[in-house]
Write a protein that binds this ligand. Structure first.
Ligand code: 5GP
Length: 120
């Protein structure tokens, strides 16, 4: 899938849409999800134009990949989430129900999060 410059996270990265920022560095921007599913629900977005985790892991530099994961750990610690535990999630593609086609990693924390997937 080609990257769409008008996706909502591209617009947030360009400052065209506001967000509640929690962290920013050279590689990533992180902000609160607009529709939180847990007391802490942060989205960590690489600044590069990557559609999905598949796209990112195929094309991003080692520095971008390290930067994303360092940022995730740092943000989780900033919220104290490492004390009681947290979940990270990156939906990639149709079966995972990815809604925004710019890679983002969810950080959920602040309550017991239940089973990983809906049980069938
Ligand atoms: P996905 O299903 O693609 O993994 O998750 C997309 C997430 O982006 C959803 O949790 C949704 O609430 C969030 N989201 C969609 N539009 C916006 C927005 O304009 N601002 C923020 N902060 N989050 C958004």
């Amino acid at each position: 899938m080609a990257y769409d410059d008008d996706n909502v996270f591209a617009r947030i990265l360009r400052g065209e849409i506001p967000c509640k920022k929690v962290y920013e560095d050279e590689q990533v921007l992180a902000f609160h999800d607009i529709n939180p599913q847990a007391p802490t629900h942060v989205l960590v977005v690489p600044k590069g134009k990557y559609v999905s985790m598949d796209d990112f892991t195929a094309k991003a530099s080692d520095a971008e990949i390290a930067g994303l994961f360092r940022a995730i750990g740092r943000i989780a610690r900033d919220f104290g989430a490492e004390k009681t535990g947290y979940r990270i999630l990156a939906n990639s593609g149709a079966h995972a129900h990815q809604e925004v086609a710019h890679l983002h990693v969810h950080i959920f924390a602040g309550r017991p999060l239940g089973p990983m997937l809906v049980r069938r």
